[in-house]
Ligand binder design. Structure first.
Ligand SMILES: C[S@@+](CC[C@H](N)C(=O)[O-])C[C@H]1O[C@@H](n2cnc3c(N)ncnc32)[C@H](O)[C@@H]1O
Ligand code: SF4
Length: 359
């Protein structure tokens, strides 16, 4: 049976963070109820596809999936179990904000079959959190963080680098706290200033905030130091932004990077199944899926190159123009082994430019 991954978008948050441009709105019980009805109809509409597929991974992302009533999460999983075939060893992840790390919620996630949790910690530096407009209750986090490992063996944490006022000492402190919470996987993103977000507006108008931001060079140094600290904890960079202990890599995300099939459910979600791709409208509570399009051979090559170069396994050199690859090998941005090219640490620092040159 062919395999598939499923992503479910939960577009609700307590409050928008000033830096975030992911599709989400502030939580409202009425919108939520209608949204989950639509989601259930959408799942039913894929009955014939799912009947013939083995579901290998499921990922509840957002927004903040951990703030909605657990019954909704349970209903989605029950419906998928009824109409589809969930692999008995499927990886089922939920994104959870630090304030939702409470016993009752974690118990519920575990009881409905969720076996991996991804906590959006970002930073334990309250000053940095405040400067980027992110709510963070350090006291509550310190009190509750130890309960995560009581319920989950597979724990991931998101950390952000390049935050205003963030020093490497504080990043190390955040990592240390993540490790003590039992983490085996860390996603680490450089803060991107997204246009039209409140943080972007503040950044271009408030000179004092501008001075708080590390320079590009400092962020590169933070990232290199970050990688070294990760290795001391036995976690390795298996993708440009992701580090894991061997065996705890995110199977869901690996499926994206290896260009496997995935079905995205919910507003704004994107799907790729066989050679077709499509996305859903970003409207709430009702949304429709937009027109499907067939991927051309060239688009598939570009996708494989773009996605594969993000990973530490790299791609077959035959996917790209050989001369250009050789220049990047000579300059130390790519390494060649057994007919495969992969980004070196130097290459990962400028991955977007490398990908542009190769595709
Ligand atoms: C879509 S968010 C959802 C997770 C969860 N709601 C949270 O806030 O922790 C997934 C991750 O994207 C990252 N992220 C969001 N906005 C970002 C930005 N502007 N720059 C870099 N990373 C960002 C954060 O690390 C976040 O944990
Ligand atoms: S960062 Fe997370 S909690 Fe904040 S607005 Fe974005 S999705 Fe919501």
């Amino acid at each position: 049976m062919k395999e598939i991954s499923i992503y479910i978008h939960i577009p609700f948050c307590r409050q928008k963070c000033d830096y975030c441009n992911f599709f989400s709105v502030e939580k409202s019980a009425q919108i939520e109820e209608v949204y989950f009805k639509n989601l259930s109809n959408e799942i039913s509409s894929y009955e014939s596809l799912l009947k013939d597929r083995l579901i290998k991974t499921i990922y509840f992302g957002g927004g903040t999936p951990s703030i909605v009533d657990g019954v909704y999460i349970n209903n989605i999983l029950s419906q998928l179990r009824t109409i589809g075939n969930i692999d008995s060893a499927a990886e089922i992840t939920i994104e959870c904000n630090p304030e939702d790390v409470v016993e009752s919620k974690l118990e519920n996630f575990k009881s409905v079959g969720i076996n991996r949790i991804s906590i959006g910690l970002q930073t334990t530096n309250t000053n940095a959190a405040e400067l980027i407009g992110r709510r963070f209750d350090k006291k509550q986090w310190n009190k509750n963080k130890h309960i995560i490992k009581k319920h989950f063996d597979n724990i991931s944490i998101d950390i952000m680098l390049g935050l205003p006022s963030q020093s490497m000492k504080e990043v190390k402190q955040t990592i240390k706290e993540a490790i003590s919470a039992g983490v085996g996987h860390i996603s680490c993103y450089d803060l991107t200033l997204k246009e039209k977000t409140p943080l972007f507006e503040r950044y271009i108008t408030d000179l004092s905030l501008k001075f708080e931001f590390p320079t590009q060079k400092q962020v590169v140094n933070q990232r290199e130091a970050f990688g070294k600290v990760m290795e001391t904890y036995g976690m390795f960079r298996y993708e440009v932004s992701n580090y894991a202990k061997p065996g705890l890599e995110s199977r869901h995300n690996l499926n994206y990077w290896l260009c496997g099939d995935f079905l995205g459910l919910g507003a704004g979600a994107y799907s790729k199944v066989d050679d077709m791709e499509w996305e859903n409208e970003t409207t709430l509570p009702h949304y429709n899926s937009k027109e499907k399009s067939k991927l051309t051979k060239e688009e598939k090559r570009i996708n494989k190159t773009m996605m594969g170069l993000r990973t530490s396994s790299g791609i077959d050199i035959s996917l790209v123009e050989k001369n250009e690859a050789e220049i990047l090998i000579k300059s130390g941005h790519l390494a060649l082994k057994d007919g495969k090219i992969k980004a070196t640490t130097k290459g990962f620092n400028v991955l977007d430019e490398i990908i542009l040159r190769l595709v």
